[in-house]
Design a protein around this ligand. Structure first.
Ligand code: 13P
Ligand code: ZN
Ligand code: NA
Length: 281
């Protein structure tokens, strides 16, 4: 059933597990999330990126909402990484109940202004906002901040940002990366612990593809209750079609659609178990 992301994350935070938020592009992906969540009796979040929305339009949002609503487990629909006011307003109008107002490429004050404005709009509709801080650019105290360090979330800034923006969830940057980790992932758990001390709202970790189980568990212990997953599932989808494209024998497209859905479902179910949300619906 369609539930708000806020409700899903508040329950997760209270019971120390995390909910997977899966970026999806089409019906097969959406079905894979619903089937995995139902099979694991778990809540889940269907995520959509703005450029996917530009391609699919309002019928695609309607499909996401309908899938969440008819699921046997609580599910929400969330707009991921959006820096565009108009798109945020459009999806809120369409019934999406949470958005990532992503001002992370902006300087702190501009990010704060943008997030505050989007949060006011969302709250007026009973919706909620995730924000991201952590790309402190340039120099600090006259010293150049290394690129890696420059991207990390500062705990004190996080506190100020959350208090002044009124945002509902905070995406942190602690060494997590979108897509592949080059070498072993290195997450700054001391930083995450300090952020947790400063900020009470649910924390979000992007770039969950490629993170080992111990890091997932440690992140949850330190307050992460939403993990964003995209590339591992997307990779599986692409691998499937590449393999099927090699042979002429499989021509029933619907059979292929069902098979690719089942492949994605397996990975999503694994993530759900890893995040500790299995059995929590
Ligand atoms: P991955 O592609 O690393 O899973 O990251 C997904 C993400 O953060 C989407 O917002
Ligand atoms: Zn992300
Ligand atoms: Na990743």
């Amino acid at each position: 059933m369609l539930t708000s992301t806020k409700e899903l994350l508040e329950v997760a935070q209270k019971h120390s597990y995390a909910v997977g938020a899966f970026n999806m592009y089409n019906l097969e992906g959406v079905k894979a999330v619903v089937k995995a969540a139902e099979a694991e009796n778990s809540p889940a979040i269907l995520q959509i990126l703005p450029h996917v929305l530009d391609y699919g339009g309002s019928s695609l949002i309607a499909m996401f909402l309908e899938a969440a609503n008819s699921a046997k487990v609580p599910m929400s629909v969330h707009l991921d990484h959006c820096d565009n006011n108009a798109t945020i307003k459009t999806v809120l109008e369409a019934g999406v109940q949470s958005v990532l107002a992503d001002g992370s490429t902006l300087p702190f004050q501009e990010n704060l202004t943008f997030t505050r404005e989007m949060t006011d709009i969302a709250h007026a509709k009973g919706a909620t906002v995730e924000a991201e801080i952590g790309r402190i650019s340039g120099t600090e105290d006259g010293m150049t901040v290394s690129e890696k360090e420059a991207k990390m979330t500062d705990p004190e800034q996080a506190k100020e940002f959350v208090a002044k923006s009124g945002v509902d969830f905070l995406a942190v940057t602690i060494g997590n990366v979108h897509g592949k980790y080059h070498g072993e992932p290195k997450l700054d758990f001391d930083r995450l612990a300090k952020i947790r001390q400063q900020v009470e709202i649910p924390l979000v970790l992007h770039g969950a593809s490629g993170l080992p189980a111990n890091m997932i568990h440690q992140s949850i212990e330190l307050g992460v209750c939403k993990f964003n997953v995209n590339s591992e599932v997307r990779k599986k989808y692409l691998e499937f079609w590449r393999e099927y494209g090699q042979t002429d024998s499989k021509t029933d497209l619907l059979d292929c659609q069902k098979a690719v859905t089942a492949e994605m479902e397996k990975i999503i179910a694994e993530k759900i178990r890893l995040f500790g949300s299995a059995g929590k619906a």
